[in-house]
Design a protein around this ligand. Structure first.
Ligand SMILES: Nc1ncnc2c1ncn2[C@@H]1O[C@H](COP(=O)(O)OP(=O)(O)O)[C@@H](O)[C@H]1O
Ligand code: SF4
Ligand SMILES: [Mg+2]
Length: 375
């Protein structure tokens, strides 16, 4: 089995099944048009050469600040937005090459749960119509049995069967999100994109909805792309986590590994913002300067260099390649390619290592030492 990160290199990942979804070199540029003739004067590089796999039954968490391209990735995979280039294999078939009729048929297998449970449900439709609509269109339910099918789905997502004839405004945010989930699972899909699906909910309701998604994943062997701007939200549901910055993937690792050994300075900054109840584990807060730069004119070299506490000369001119720094742990940062070249992996993933790496004074251990230390 192979995982193909951006920038062309292929890295072998042992003991993985065939991926359900394989995204390779995905780009989405939105044209900026001006004037009456709609002349294209620039491009918003919302997603710029992103590659990742999602395995059957897996949840891939995707995080990053607002505007870094997460929603665009989710919507492009479902062809709600057309890609600029790249491919997205779903069970081996390229979704980007499907004809409209093939796409309609494949949509049964791929669904999306949106962030805003208030605007994603039509206020004039009953719950029966909202949840049952897709089943009717795809011929999974008939006029005679759709009500019964919807009541069964409501039960599955923890709502009362009697809610079937109510309207969205009669429900709380958490209940509306459950209705959105009932709609998403109505066609028994294999893959669901959850785009900030719990971000608008109170923390206690967030936990309930995440538990529901986990139960449904077990029951229906679902795979999720679980998008959120907050690392603490994705932690409990994700098998692996992909960290995005300004349209690119900067780090990808198993969830425990990412939390124990965050490698990219951006991931370290995101993690340092999460309150840690255990005082022995508490991380020093890393404050990033300024805002995310514009994806219309992204910074040269490493896109993170304008805000990176560890940036140095090379970062301004040369884009780092996504490199495997541990089993299945990929990072895009020059600090690691320099240490990798000498056959070593940085033991203390802190931004301060930058100056030490450059002066040759970094404390380094081998990958095996690091694995042993984390046991
Ligand atoms: N339809 C669109 N037209 C132009 N720019 C867009 C469009 N949709 C998104 N963008 C831009 O693409 C970038 C990525 O947006 P998005 O994918 O929504 O990020 P995220 O979900 O991570 O917040 C942003 O700069 C956003 O303004
Ligand atoms: S390549 Fe340079 S600027 Fe980019 S994250 Fe690494 S140290 Fe920071
Ligand atoms: Mg978004």
């Amino acid at each position: 089995m192979s995982f193909t990160p951006s920038h062309g290199t292929t890295t072998q990942l042992p003991q993985r099944p065939e991926p359900l979804v394989r995204v390779t070199g995905l780009k989405k540029y939105f044209p900026i048009q001006k004037g009456l003739l709609g002349r294209t004067v620039g491009q918003v590089k919302a997603v710029d050469d992103v590659s990742f796999d999602i395995f059957p039954g897996e949840t891939l968490g995707m995080v990053g600040e607002s505007g870094c391209g997460k929603t665009t990735i989710g919507r492009t995979l479902l062809r709600l937005v057309e890609p600029t280039s790249g491919s997205a294999l779903f069970k081996g078939r390229d979704l980007f090459q499907l004809s409209p009729s093939e796409l309609r048929a494949e949509r049964r297998n791929m669904q999306i749960v949106f962030q805003d449970p208030y605007s994603s449900l039509n206020p004039r439709m009953t719950i029966e119509s909202i949840v049952g609509e897709a089943m009717r269109i795809h011929g999974v339910a008939t006029a005679a049995n759709v009500r019964e099918e919807v009541m069964g789905l409501l039960e599955k997502v923890g709502l009362q069967r009697s809610y079937v004839s109510r309207y969205p405004h009669e429900f709380s945010g958490g209940q509306r999100q459950r209705i959105g989930i009932a709609r998403a699972i109505s066609l028994k899909p294999e893959f669901i994109v959850c785009d900030e699906a719990v971000s608008a909910l109170d923390v206690s309701v967030q936990a309930q909805v995440i538990n529901l998604l986990l139960d449904l994943q077990d029951e229906f062997k679902l795979s999720y792309l679980f998008i959120a701007h907050d690392l603490s939200v994705v932690r409990h549901i994700s098998n692996r986590i992909a960290v995005m910055y300004l349209g690119q993937l900067v780090e990808l690792a198993e969830t425990d590994e990412l939390f124990k050994h965050p490698a990219h300075p951006y991931t370290q900054a995101l993690l340092s913002a999460i309150p840690e109840p255990d005082t022995t584990q508490r991380r020093e807060r890393i404050l990033l300067k300024g805002d995310v730069p514009s994806p219309i004119n992204p910074p040269s070299g490493c896109r993170f260099h304008t805000r990176c506490p560890a940036a140095y000369g090379r970062c301004r001119t040369e884009a780092p390649a996504l490199t495997e720094v541990g089993a299945g742990h990929f990072v895009s940062c020059h600090l690691y390619t320099e240490s990798a070249r000498s056959g070593l992996i940085i033991s203390q993933s802190q931004p301060q290592v930058a100056s030490q790496v450059r002066s040759g004074a970094t404390t380094v251990t081998t990958g095996r030492d690091r694995a042993a230390a984390s046991e």
